[in-house]
Design a protein around this ligand. Sequence first.
Ligand code: DON
Length: 305
Amino acid sequence: MNIKRLLENISDMARQHKDRGKVADYIPELARIDPAQFGISVCLANGEQHSAGDAATPFSIQSISKVFSLALALGRLGDSLWNHVGREPSGYAFDSIVQLEYEKGIPRNPFINAGAIVVTDAILAGSTPAETLGELLRFIRVAADDEDIHINDRVALSEKATGARNTALAHFMRSFGNLRNEIDLTLGTYFHQCAIEMNCAQLARSGRFLMNAEGSIIPRLISSARIRRINALMLTCGHYNGSGDFAFRVGLPGKSGVGGGILVIAPMRASIAVWSPGLNSYGNSKLGTEAMEIFAQKTGWSVFG
Ligand code: DON
């Protein structure tokens, strides 16, 4: 399998695609992004990396940051994290409030917004937002082996300015006693973590620790048991109410963000990052999902055999 050629073919197809989905417009800074972009990058367990298209263009990783904050929170709290957040797919949009009332302020999973706000609140406890964001950035920089990964403050402020829905989710959970810190501190940290920028090449490298590749050159940042659990959550919840569709079409764990990025893990084989800013109706990258479907078909990689 010539991965480099496959990525170039996929990138050429994406470039010619007419129906590119719709760029997220509820965060004004994201609404300005040109939808005519596509990048893809793959890190293999043997250390090789191949990229095509706009793989060096930085974008807002948004909800993909939830994978890294979850890894940190599990390191800090261990299994007691699961007292505050569930592990079931939600079947609702990423910013839905409806389930929270039925389930008494315990969000369904750590990847919907309410769940991610709980996870951020957990890693914030005992530190300042600046320390917590510093720790998160350090984790990502070590994972990616790249110091040049930063937060875009304009995007964070843009999300804060339009963050009424996330603020509502946070107050609602607070009323059930499921947030420990001041809401402004937790949300400020959450908005900044979502505003981390990476390009596809950096994002693919930052996901290598989730391959769980034995004896490879990749740094081991968390235990195998936790890697498997994070991958399980990415498969079942990583694309919100489009998670079943992504598992059906791609068959690999993945986490999407409204910036149009997707991080996909082929366990023991590869960490893959794809980016195209136009979204489908679930809020996941339209061309990114289509590209991953072709990639999985051509490589034959799947967690389902
Ligand atoms: O909380 C928000 O609305 C964004 N910062 C993150 C949402 C997101 O990426 C959902 N992804 N598809």
